[in-house]
Design a protein around this ligand. Structure first.
Ligand code: ATP
Ligand code: MG
Length: 388
């Protein structure tokens, strides 16, 4: 998919903007804090229904205004679609495709992006929550209907957790206990679907990450991906890098559901003590190994960067082969500034086959020469120049 036009109103620091984009490389330049990241973040929002920088949509709406609009014209082969989302401060967001209303969660069916950003380092070095978000965003992009499953699961966890919390205050009555049983069943039912989808995703991502890592780092450090699951006794949110067990082997959906159900029963005591839902995909982690050790806590800065890039490159190539939208729009937000000369060239090689690439940079010299075309210049939330 290619985006040919991007229009914003009251998004971040843009009162209004209208940019034309081309196939191939597009370079967004400007000094620090002018709005380069904001511009590309808006496009990625359409594909992932979220920002890579903040978890709430509120920060995306221009200060002092009530609603932001992101509108994009996309071309997929000979088909052209106009997608639009309105982010509202006080009410639900709204979305349109070709001017007809759709649910916002349908947007990823029309837009596909692979965004690389300095924040990606946290995929390797940060908390489990960032890796869960990475997996789930990729799931939604490759299988859009899972957006509904993930939203349902979130709701079940929230409601089950609030029941546990109220049970903590008072002793649990018979009715509360049977309500908890009902929530357990939903948790396991919906959660199993997510666990199975994630396991399948990680299995296919593994070889792609290995290939991308070798290309970027120029060496084979045997990167490995494994899901470490709370349904098998791991508690990565509590144990950090030292958690060693609970890695999901190849399990059928029925086996996952059985193990999940057993783990929920076994943890009921501590769940009631803590008032937290302790078992399920929302408590799992993606273990990234390098040279036989967990990358988090062991990999060097450069190795961590190569891994982060490899995860994004692998995602892009997975989407390219899986998504009916074909090539995702590759977005490289400020990444060249972080890389040495060799890695810059390797990255430029790795993305050379994609239909469209958006690059942002404050310093032109950081960007490999072959990516310096279709320059869009940004100043204080305004597009001040476009040249090819
Ligand atoms: N909701 C908002 N309302 C108004 N301004 C905002 C909002 N969110 C962010 N900004 C402003 O946008 C600017 C940052 O824009 P952005 O992150 O796109 O910069 P950038 O050009 O990518 O800079 P850098 O080169 O440092 O990465 C900041 O000045 C910030 O105050
Ligand atoms: Mg930026």
């Amino acid at each position: 998919v290619i985006v040919t036009r991007l229009e914003l109103s009251d998004f971040r620091n843009y009162e209004s903007a209208d940019v034309e984009l081309r196939p191939g490389p597009n370079l967004v330049v400007g000094s620090n804090g002018q709005g380069k990241t904001n511009l590309v973040e808006s496009l990625a929002y359409l594909a992932t229904l979220g920002s890579h920088r903040v978890s709430s949509d509120q920060a995306l709406i221009r200060a002092g205004t009530e609603a932001a609009v992101i509108r994009a014209r996309l071309e997929h082969g000979s088909r052209s679609v106009l997608v639009e989302v309105q982010l509202n401060r006080g009410s639900a967001n709204r979305a349109q495709v070709n001017r007809a209303a759709i649910k916002p969660r349908e947007l990823p069916r029309y837009v596909s992006t692979a965004l690389f950003a300095p924040e990606d380092l946290a995929l390797v070095r940060g908390d489990p929550s960032g890796r869960r978000r990475f997996l789930d965003q990729l799931l939604v992009q490759s299988v859009p209907r899972l957006a509904g499953t993930l939203a349902d699961y979130d709701r079940v966890v929230r409601q089950r957790t609030s029941l546990l919390k109220s049970a903590r205050a008072a002793r649990l009555s018979e009715t509360q206990l049977s309500t908890l049983d009902v929530w357990d069943e939903r948790l396991v039912g919906i959660g199993t679907e997510i666990l199975v989808a994630r396991a399948d995703l990680v299995e296919r991502l593994g070889p792609l990450v290995a290939e991308a890592y070798a290309g970027i780092a120029g060496a084979d450090h045997e990167p490995r991906l494994e899901i470490r699951s709370s349904i098998l006794g791991a508690q990565p949110d509590d144990e950090g890098v030292d958690a060693r067990d609970g890695t999901v082997p190849a399990m059928s959906a029925a086996e996952v559901a059985t193990a999940f159900g057993a783990a929920v029963l076994a943890s009921r005591r501590s769940e009631l003590d803590r008032g937290v839902t302790l078992v399920g995909p929302h408590r799992d982690d993606l273990l990234i190994g390098l040279k036989g050790l967990p990358a988090r806590g062991f990999a060097s800065h450069g190795e961590s960067w190569s891994l982060a890039l490899a995860l994004r490159l692998a995602s892009a190539s997975l989407l390219k082969s899986d998504s009916p939208l074909g090539d995702p729009v590759i977005i490289l937000d400020d990444v060249f500034a972080e890389l040495d000369e060799g890695r810059r060239e390797h990255l430029a090689d790795a993305i050379a086959g994609y239909e469209q690439v958006l690059v942002t940079a404050a310093v032109l010299d950081d960007v490999p020469e072959r990516l310096r075309s279709n320059v869009v210049r940004i100043e204080a939330g305004r597009v001040v120049g476009e040249e090819s």
